[in-house]
Design a protein around this ligand. Structure first.
Ligand code: PGA
Length: 255
């Protein structure tokens, strides 16, 4: 079973509009041999249209994604953005349940589950993030925490829907810290996530789901991660803000 590798850039709340346009153009122009890998850019919501326009101008096949979305299609939800709105601007992906949103915005597994279903209903591919904190890892609770997040965030999804999603394993202690998980640590949790996906559906479905690693991925550590059997790509924060670094990571996953 070959899963197409997928590398996504999570720009978080960074860059201005000109920088967003320039970074998009640079990534699209220099993509080169990374074409074997699916690439996705996830700018701040206000710049989604800017990035989409820049991708279209470059005739690029790079995908566009949001960093979050509401679970209702419309209504009295001041300040929110709905799944159909992201689709309207050309998004095909949305990051859901990032640890920053779980921690800073109080998103529970139930919230992530509702958003995942809403995103799928609108035709978006959710990139559903899970991962343990340092305290949880040190207390030997990694497997229990990640299992709970997978089961809770993906509860009630049909096999057809499960096949469409991407899961991102992002140990919280590795995000933005420069402390990347070792390839062995990451592989162990990726295999666990795949077994949980099989328990939710079937081994055949689980074998199709792409599982990204995220947390301080850089060009110089990406190849070792990419060599692991259950690591199907990367969700990249800091290094996605530089075209060369982001493409260096993509190339490592292109093999
Ligand atoms: P980082 O962020 O690559 O800067 O560690 C990853 C993420 O939060 O998705």
């Amino acid at each position: 079973m070959s899963r197409r590798k997928i590398v996504a850039g999570n720009w978080k709340m960074n860059l201005d509009r000109t920088q967003a346009r320039e970074l998009t153009a640079a990534v699209a122009a220099r993509r080169g041999t990374a074409a074997a890998v699916e690439l996705v850019l996830c700018p701040p919501a206000l710049y989604v249209e800017t990035v989409g326009t820049a991708l279209a101008a470059a005739q690029s096949d790079i995908g566009l994604g949001g960093q979050n979305v509401h679970d209702k299609p419309n209504g009295a939800f001041t300040g929110e953005v709905s799944p159909p709105m992201l689709v309207d601007l050309g998004c095909r992906y949305v990051i859901l349940g990032h640890s920053e949103r779980r921690t800073l915005c109080g998103e529970t597994d139930a919230v992530v589950n509702a958003k995942t279903k809403a995103a799928l209903a609108a035709g978006l591919t959710p990139i559903v993030c899970v991962g343990e904190t340092l305290a949880e890892r040190e207390a030997d609770r990694t497997a229990a925490v990640v299992t709970g997040q997978v089961q809770g965030s993906l509860a009630g999804l049909s096999a057809a829907d499960l096949e469409k999603i991407v899961v991102a394993y992002e140990p919280v202690w590795a995000i933005g810290t420069g402390k990347v998980a070792t390839p062995e640590q990451a592989q162990e949790v990726h295999a666990l996530i795949r077994s949980q996906l099989a328990a939710l559906s079937s081994a055949a479905v689980a074998a199709q789901v792409r599982i990204q690693y995220g947390g301080s991925v850089k060009p110089d550590n990406a190849a070792d991660l990419a060599a692991q059997p259950d690591i199907d790509g990367a969700l990249v924060g800091g290094a996605s803000l530089k075209a060369d670094d982001f493409l260096g990571i993509a190339k490592a996953f292109a093999g």
